[in-house]
Design a binder for this molecule. Structure first.
Ligand code: WT7
Length: 686
């Protein structure tokens, strides 16, 4: 902390000379020149970049057409309309055809350090083709949605690319979501096919994904939605096992060779199919379906402030250009790089920077199944040493958690291969930034704090490793094509220093096009607050040197360990408990997670607030949303601070949560006495 207090956070950190000398962009002047072109002539700038990829046929209309102003008509964003391409072809086949077939596409590093594998581009192509044929044989066609609920294994990328190859829309649900969340997402997207795995080890925890999938399928059935088939990757359950007959009641209890892998799953003969059995019979040649640049590529659900998750929809052409271009410049990609993004493919970071961005560039990446703490807190750096990783990308929450274990876990491994260290997911505090820079990077690496969202498809504010002098905690400047503005509540532009709403005034190729099945919600959420601008939902400050500092969400979202959660969604989970009549959830600072949730619950007559109830309520949120959403604090609230019109004043609840009695103006409250009561009832363990 001392460094930060002494003002070190405001010092500039210049790009290391060796990185700068070989970088794609080597100075701020060069950055500014490219940036100027990108925003003044987007069609020229991106048109030049688009030439690097294969297009089966050129666009038929304009390169870019859009409307960002809902007062003038529906919001629409179209890049390269009418052009035909395929992202799977560009990510895989193109490299095989260019003589790169023997290059490693992915190393796979298992949860257990002794478990590992690798796959070349040629092998990846064969697997993707086989699985694309499997999908076709199951009746999947262009435009169909396919749900994927898988761990971090090679098959998850194979499944995505196979969908993309035949024009099916993948909808990946992160493996930490509950069966209920999975079922909601399957139904919203009307997926008839679910791809999953038997289970996965995460550290010393065994997750039975198949069981959760079964529950989700049953829940869908209860609501009249049929998941016709479930394809299961055999990742943990032993191969010697014979499937026991019986519909759902049969339990596989295998004579495991490796007890650590033993897993019991139920087999439903009406819908379950083994991945490996289907793959065995499938051909490894599969025609490409040429897609319109504006055809959907995938959807990915993100929390919404109303509580119902939104299916963020991305399209083929723009996302292809943007994911690969941001990857190239932000990680300063070179062909001999070993690149490792630790994010789960179930989140957007994994979509863009584990699968698509790196593969389109022909890079060698790592898919990591495990956690930073297994077998110990040195796992990241042991793995960096093992593969000689050059570019590394992780989340601030992971950095803060590892920091606590001391420097020896880092310094005992050789990290001399590292060049660029990235972070994403939440604001990084200067203390964690400096530790990443000084200890992990040994002052030899460029740090890139990348700000972006599920909606933006790729980085939007970020340093470039060879060009941008960085400040710890600032995402610095816009990427090519991004025009940020900071607006006051009444929509006035804050030109110089100042703080306000972070918005963008021009489309970029990788931005979302709509909310699946609900374009109106897309318009309302992102375009209604400030006509003519895309609103991020984040606040930002511009400093005297023009650096942008993202300050965090200014809507009712909480960012827990880099995962956005909607307070409304947690509130509705809590009120499903019979003891709770009303709930209000606010953000609370947390030293590792960044933020966590603090819940106020008002109980029904006759119920008492006990430790058991607290445990039950936490469990309720786990089962409704997922384990990662479990609240940290729950407080009894016989009353909530409300205005006379009945609106809960969350500003005051946030003060109660941190125990700060300086609540400011409370004159609009209907009953001021509830505030004192809440302070009195605040638990001591916070
Ligand atoms: C929200 C988006 C983009 C991948 C992971 C999260 C926050 C993300 C940063 C950063 C400050 C950040 C924002 C944003 N966020 N990166 N570098 N600095 N805040 O994707 O779940 O869509 O969350 O994460 O609040 O709006 P997501």
């Amino acid at each position: 902390m001392a460094d930060v207090e002494n003002g070190e956070a405001d010092l500039l950190y210049f790009p290391p000379v060796e990185i700068q000398n070989e970088a794609h962009v080597q100075s701020m002047d060069q950055y500014r020149e490219m940036y100027k072109k990108s925003v003044e002539d987007p069609a020229g700038f991106w048109g030049e970049i688009a030439k690097q990829y294969h297009w089966e046929s050129p666009q038929t209309g304009q390169f870019l057409s859009y409307n960002f102003d809902y007062t003038k008509g529906p919001i629409s964003i179209k890049w390269l309309e009418g052009a035909k391409t395929n992202i799977c072809y560009n990510a895989v086949d193109r490299h095989v055809e260019n003589g790169q077939g023997d290059k490693i596409a992915f190393y796979w590093e298992g949860n257990d350090p002794d478990d590992h594998g690798k796959i070349t581009y040629r092998e990846l192509r064969a697997k993707v083709c086989k699985f694309a044929n499997v999908l076709r044989n199951l009746g999947v066609q262009k435009g169909d949605r396919v749900a994927i609920y898988m761990p971090m294994i090679l098959e998850i990328s194979v499944a995505m690319l196979a969908c993309a190859r035949i024009g099916a829309i993948h909808s990946i649900v992160f493996g930490g979501f509950s069966s209920e969340s999975l079922a909601d997402r399957i139904q919203d997207a009307k997926c008839r096919l679910l791809l999953t795995a038997d289970g996965v080890w995460r550290g010393s925890k065994l997750l039975n994904l198949k069981e959760i999938s079964d529950e989700a399928i049953a829940k869908c059935r209860q609501h009249g939605h049929e998941v016709e088939k479930c394809v299961v990757v055999r990742h943990l359950s032993p191969f010697e096992e014979q499937v026991v007959e019986g519909d759902g009641d049969s339990v596989e209890e295998p004579p495991a060779k490796r007890p650590a892998r033993q897993l019991r799953i139920r087999w439903h003969h009406d819908y379950d199919l083994w991945w490996h059995e289907l793959m065995e019979k499938a051909s490894d040649e599969c025609d490409i379906v040429w897609m319109d640049a504006e055809d959907p590529l995938f959807m990915l659900y993100t929390s919404g402030s109303t509580g119902k998750p939104k299916g963020v929809l991305h399209t083929v052409g723009g996302y292809m250009i943007y994911s690969s271009t941001t990857f190239k410049y932000v990680f300063d990609y070179h062909p001999d790089d070993i690149y490792w993004c630790t994010a789960d493919v179930g989140w957007i970071t994994g979509h863009t920077y584990v699968t698509y961005g790196p593969l389109i560039n022909g890079a060698t990446g790592i898919i990591f199944e495990g956690t930073p703490f297994y077998p110990d807190a040195g796992r990241f750096w042991a793995t960096v040493e093992k593969y000689k990783v050059t570019k590394f990308y992780t989340a601030p929450t992971a950095i803060r958690a590892i920091m606590r274990y001391g420097d020896e876990f880092v310094t005992k491994y050789d990290r001399s291969s590292l060049k660029v260290l990235g972070t994403v997911g939440e604001p990084i505090n200067p203390e964690a930034w400096l530790w990443y820079y000084n200890v992990v990077g040994n002052k030899q690496c460029a740090i890139v704090d990348t700000f972006w969202q599920t909606e933006t498809g790729g980085h939007v504010l970020t340093p470039l490793p060879g060009a941008t002098p960085t400040k710890p905690g600032s995402a610095t400047f816009p990427f090519f094509g991004i025009v940020p503005h900071i607006l006051s509540e009444d929509g006035k532009e804050i030109k110089d220093e100042g703080e306000g709403y972070l918005v963008f005034s021009q489309p970029w190729p990788g931005m979302m096009r709509t909310v699946y099945g609900n374009h109106e919600r897309f318009e309302t959420t992102y375009f209604k607050k400030f006509p003519g601008f895309y609103t991020t939902g984040d606040g930002a400050r511009r400093d005297k040197d023009g650096y942008i500092w993202v300050t965090g969400r200014i809507d009712d979202m909480v960012n827990v360990s880099g995962h956005l959660l909607s307070t409304a969604e947690i509130e509705s989970a809590l009120v499903e408990h019979k003891a709770v009549t009303e709930a209000a959830v606010v953000s609370h600072p947390h030293s590792i997670k960044g933020e966590c949730t603090y819940c106020f619950v008002t109980l029904r007559e006759g119920y008492e607030f006990t430790e058991d109830l607290e445990i039950e309520l936490k469990r309720m949120v786990r089962t409704k949303i997922g384990p990662f959403a479990e609240p940290d604090f729950i407080q009894n609230a016989p009353g909530l601070p409300k205005t006379r019109s009945g609106k809960i004043m969350r500003r005051i609840l946030r003060k109660v949560a941190v125990g700060n009695r300086d609540i400011g103006d409370a004159s609009t409250l209907a009953d001021e006495s509830v505030v004192d009561l809440l302070f009195d009832l605040r638990p001591d363990n916070v």
